[in-house]
Design a protein. Structure first.
Lengths: 423, 106
């Protein structure tokens, strides 16, 4: 291969570029990124970046030395808008095309939005630009913040807003947040973290809409229609025609007053640009277990990739898949597959949650170390094992990193067919 | 020079955090004592809670690995070294000699 184009300049794209060089690709390397920024790490955006303990320069994924060593052609602030049928030409939105022999698709996912979400004060949190705007807004006095969605982004953002002294309410449509990830028992434990921190948690009701200034004040709401003056938000030029959000209307008829609304209702894979290609798309780019698409010279990694039937949005997957994907790309066929045990973490309300494994719906869960207190993690946290047929399928830890690492390694060992054969 | 604990209170494979600013972790790696800055240079995590194997410690959050002898990262996502500090044992008590703030990280 003379030219490989990595489409996407975030975590998975950067790891793919590194792997290409590490695995001996010495041809032309083109990296296309739709954001204008150098590659940066997203997880701190909802945590330390919002609260002010992490600065922008600490988010950088590469330094000058590494960038030089990658010897890549960076096309930043440019969006890919098409891939030809043979997967040999990437079309860019600036009118340019890139002729290429191999393609790594790493275009990630975008935050899902709510209808009516263009009101001033309504945010999603995915990109550095999103986080900059939100962080700025959160410095404007004591605010009423409503977070829509109790998943990891929602919970972490709510935690950061509470740490900044704001009055925070989380709205979750399901009976409990995080049930698909953690199961009902442990989801209840994590939900207790919100309440312990004084954050309101409204569950079991969806959002019917957003209220803006100038709209009819909601009935029966003492603060309804009050202009968001707490933070002295100024309508700047360009905002002149936009209304400011004043509240969140729930499906059960209630309205939660809000100066700031953060929408954390998941992400959709950025695969729309591939609509005219021959690649199979269904909730992401369909790949085999080795990240290879229907075209052997096109692989996909990270949030946009549906690898072996599953699309995961974990940071660690985005760092692990590129090694396998790039190996297969350079080989021209699937030699290796991704076998790692899924892992994710979340920092909220001073607790560090870590999870590894594949939990199934009917797995049982038991706490093997530490304890609960009033339904929340006790001082010192706990370790919980998910089990089925006497086997451990997954492990959850709150503030117990050491035993968690041990359990995670055990899971990896028992999941590895090579290791198993040796037993 | 900061007293840490008695030698017998830090068995092989164990680690302890010294409450300095920034905190320092002392490891007993197969009988050899090492001290490094406790906080991973990638993101906020305590290396004393990491996975110790030989002279390497793996961060419990994102699996960055550091060589206890040099402080150098041996794999991503860490790209910067942690500081290393000299360790001595005097009359059965482990002591850490903090490296100067500047010029020792690399």
């Amino acid at each position: 291969m003379k030219t490989v184009t990595v489409v996407g300049a975030s975590l998975a794209g950067v790891y793919a570029a590194r792997e290409l060089r590490a695995q001996g690709f010495d041809g032309r390397l083109v990296i296309v990124g739709d954001e204008p920024h150098r590659p940066y790490d997203r997880p701190p955006l909802s945590k330390g970046f919002l609260t002010g303990s992490v600065y922008e320069d600490q988010l950088a994924l590469t330094d000058d030395q590494e960038s030089a060593e990658l010897d890549a052609e960076w096309l930043l602030g440019v969006r890919a808008r098409g891939l030809d049928a043979r997967g040999r030409t990437v079309l860019l939105d600036n009118g340019r095309t890139v002729s290429t022999d191999g393609v790594v698709i790493a275009t990630g996912a975008s935050a899902r939005r709510l209808p009516g979400g263009d009101l001033v004060g309504v945010h999603t949190l995915r990109t550095l630009d999103d986080a900059r705007v939100l962080r700025e807004e959160l410095t404007r006095g004591s605010l009423r913040v409503v977070v829509i969605g109790g998943g990891f982004i929602g919970a972490e953002t709510a935690s950061s807003c509470a740490a900044l002294g704001h009055d925070v309410t989380v709205v979750e449509a399901a009976r409990l947040p995080l049930v698909p990830q953690l199961g009902p028992e442990m989801a209840a434990v994590c939900a207790a973290l919100h309440r312990r921190a004084g954050v309101g948690l409204v569950t079991g009701t969806g959002v019917a809409g957003l209220r803006g200034s100038g709209a009819m004040p909601p009935q029966g709401d003492p603060t309804g229609g009050r202009k968001a003056t707490a933070g002295g938000r100024k309508a700047t030029a360009g905002d002149g025609s936009r209304q400011a959000v004043t509240g969140v209307l729930l499906a059960d008829g209630r309205t939660l007053p809000a100066d700031v609304v953060i929408v954390g209702i998941g992400a959709t894979p950025n695969s729309g640009w591939l609509a005219g290609s021959t690649l199979a798309l269904h909730d992401g780019v369909l790949c085999d277990d080795g990240c290879v698409t229907g075209l052997p010279q096109v692989v996909a990694v990270g949030d946009v990739a549906r690898v072996g039937g599953a699309r995961v949005e974990h940071w660690t997957s985005a760092t692990e898949q590129p090694r396998v994907a790039v190996g297969n790309l350079l080989a021209g066929r699937t030699l290796d597959t991704v076998r790692s045990v899924p892992y994710f973490w979340s920092d909220q309300y001073g607790a560090r949650i870590q999870f590894a494994g594949r939990r199934h719906q009917d797995d049982t869960v038991r706490i093997t170390e530490g304890a609960l207190e009033d339904g929340a993690p006790a001082e010192g946290g706990f370790l919980a094992l998910y089990e089925r047929d006497g086997r451990t399928t997954a492990v959850l830890s709150v503030d117990r990193p050491r035993p968690f690492m041990r359990a995670r390694r055990e899971l990896a060992r028992s999941a590895d067919p090579v290791e198993q054969a040796a037993l | 020079m900061i007293p840490v604990c008695r030698l017998e209170d830090l068995p092989v494979g164990e680690s302890i955090v010294v409450d300095t600013t920034p905190p320092v972790a002392v490891f007993n790696a197969d009988g050899e004592l090492y001290a490094i800055d406790d906080t991973c240079t990638h993101q906020d995590a305590s290396l004393s809670e990491g996975w110790l194997e030989g002279c390497l410690v793996e961060c419990p959050l994102h699996a960055a690995s550091f060589d206890l002898r040099t402080g150098q990262p041996t794999c991503l996502p860490a790209r910067r070294p942690v500081r290393t500090h000299r360790v001595t044992v005097d009359e059965g008590v482990i002591h850490v000699h903090l490296a100067a703030e500047e010029g020792t990280a690399a």
